[in-house]
Design a binder for this molecule. Sequence first.
Ligand SMILES: Nc1ncnc2c1ncn2[C@@H]1O[C@H](COP(=O)(O)OP(=O)(O)OP(=O)(O)O)[C@@H](O)[C@H]1O
Length: 122
Amino acid sequence: MKKFLLGFTFAFKGLRYAFATQINFRVHVFAAIIAIAMGFWLHISAAEWNWILLCIAMVLLTELLNTGIETLTDLVSPGYNVLAGHVKDISAAAVLIVAFFALITGLIIYLPKLLLLFGYAA
Ligand SMILES: Nc1ncnc2c1ncn2[C@@H]1O[C@H](COP(=O)(O)OP(=O)(O)OP(=O)(O)O)[C@@H](O)[C@H]1O
């Protein structure tokens, strides 16, 4: 049981490290808070909440994996190395793909509601 609880402590340490060192992670946490606030404001459905929360989880997950990969790359290859560069670029591309998917999902869910709210026909 003690080992299980210790696992949470380590996980929170990882979250704190990512939040403190990665501006992208902080931006994505901020975007997640905005998306959740908009969900309450626009009264989205249960299915729509599912999509929004899935997007948030996927973006933060890939951002954390990206931070881990970058940190590991710096550890094993502190100097310039073409392969190290590829590893970091590929890892960053994974975040980009998921963030783009999240943006499109957010637009599909929120844009029609916002247009309706501000008096435009959807
Ligand atoms: N050791 C290296 N060898 C070759 N190219 C590297 C190396 N480290 C970084 N790069 C190149 O520089 C880019 C930026 O690297 P950097 O470590 O600053 O990543 P970052 O995405 O800006 O991360 P951070 O959020 O830590 O600043 C990488 O995507 C890669 O193209």
